[in-house]
Design a protein around this ligand. Structure first.
Ligand SMILES: C[S@@+](CC[C@H](N)C(=O)[O-])C[C@H]1O[C@@H](n2cnc3c(N)ncnc32)[C@H](O)[C@@H]1O
Length: 374
């Protein structure tokens, strides 16, 4: 998208000494200040600028982004007209909205370059504005391609293990488990090795392939299901499982309605008295995040839910909450020393310090919520 005319001579600039109104061709130039100005104009014509600004698509930051872009353009000696500014405003707004709606990982890319390779800043700038919109599946493919080691940790969540151990009075082969958003299978495999039949739902094809390969190679009783757990086309077994969990999955959701849909689906698939476990970024009582913070939270893989929102969802479901604990504290206390932290990003992310960087605790953190189907 070219937002603005690519070639715009600098004649509207009153400081431009070549502006016809500032000149009278019959007169020789004797004023040293004017000579200096003309010389600077020559320098500007020999100065070229090329670059890009990449910003997260956060719709509520439109005005701030426009001010930043404008400051950059002014620093580069470009003065846009009111119409051009309006065009910029519309295009930036459109990309921020559309990009964010499609993916929290969308980026607004603002590129500027000379109209042609030999043209300097006196000839204006080519402006190109776009949004790059990677999906969650693409983001995880990139993780696999670029990151070393276990992406989500080597050990199972100790909370997941605590719950399944509480079920072990009975024969595990009769206690099917559903792992939602199984990822690399750090929970799926240990549970299958303990004898539980495990169904693992996973969105990202790259993980589905890995889960399938290991399950087959190790002859484990794991049924890998590729798909989006929110997709109504994805058929799940009603009243089938003894335990259903979703670890680090709700932080990917976009709206409280999706949380409700997920928990309702989990409930439907659970046997009576079955256990349901999930974690989510729950804000502290009394803290009401603004729209900007909520949007940024999604960008930072940390979708926020307030206690009121969670209570409203839970009220509609046949569930009673039996535990509500900080994930950071719980996992740090129970994981073996050599397994802590699960990943280098976990301590910061699980305490919402990816969203609010720093050493002090913000009024939100990842929490384990354990429920029983009533
Ligand atoms: C942060 S990873 C955690 C993986 C695993 N649960 C763990 O704790 O190691 C989140 C996983 O959830 C998957 N996921 C996210 N949204 C999903 C959805 N709507 N349906 C199914 N899987 C989803 C992602 O592809 C990713 O593998």
């Amino acid at each position: 998208v070219t937002a603005l005319p690519p070639d715009r001579p600098d004649v509207s600039d009153s400081s431009n000494p070549l502006n016809p109104s500032a000149n009278s061709p019959e007169q020789a130039i004797v004023d040293p200040n004017l000579l200096e100005k003309i010389a600077y104009y020559k320098v500007k014509s020999l100065t070229a600028a090329r670059g890009e600004l990449v910003m997260p698509c956060i719709p509520s930051l439109k005005e701030r982004y426009l001010a930043q872009i404008n400051a950059l353009l002014v620093a580069l000696g470009q003065n846009f007209s009111a119409e051009e500014k309006q065009a910029l405003d519309q295009i930036v707004g459109k990309h921020l909205e559309a990009g964010f709606a499609k993916s929290p990982y969308a980026r607004l890319v603002f590129r500027y370059s000379p109209p042609s390779p030999t043209m300097g800043l006196t000839k204006g700038l080519n402006i190109n504005i776009n949004a790059e919109v990677p999906s969650t599946e693409e983001k995880y493919q990139r993780w696999v391609d670029t990151r070393e080691g276990a992406l989500f940790g080597t050990h199972a969540d100790t909370k997941v293990i605590e719950v399944v151990e509480s079920l072990l009075d009975a024969d595990p082969t009769h206690l099917p488990i559903l792992d939602i958003g199984a990822g690399t299978g750090r929970n799926t495999f240990p549970l299958a090795q303990m004898g539980f039949p495990v169904d693992a739902i996973e969105l990202a094809p790259v993980f589905v392939e890995q889960l399938q390969e290991t399950a087959t190679a190790e002859s484990l009783n794991i049924n890998v299901i590729q798909g989006n757990v929110l997709d109504p086309e994805l058929k799940l077994r009603p009243a089938h499982y003894s335990f259903i969990f979703a670890s680090e999955v709700i932080p990917h959701l976009r709206h409280i309605d999706e949380v409700e849909l997920l928990l309702a689906r989990m409930c439907d698939c659970l046997r009576s008295q079955g256990l349901l476990l999930f974690n989510l970024f729950l804000t502290d009582e009394g803290y009401e995040p603004t729209t900007m913070i909520r949007e940024l939270a999604q960008v930072a893989w940390s979708f926020l839910v307030t206690p009121t929102e969670l209570a409203t969802v839970m009220q509609k479901l046949p569930l009673e909450i039996i535990a509500n604990q900080l994930v950071y504290d719980y996992e740090k206390q129970h994981l073996p020393d050599e397994a802590w932290p699960p990943t280098n990003w976990f301590p910061s992310w699980s305490r919402a310090r990816d969203l609010f960087p720093g050493d002090r605790q913000p009024p939100v953190a990842l929490r384990w919520i354990l429920c029983r189907r009533t």
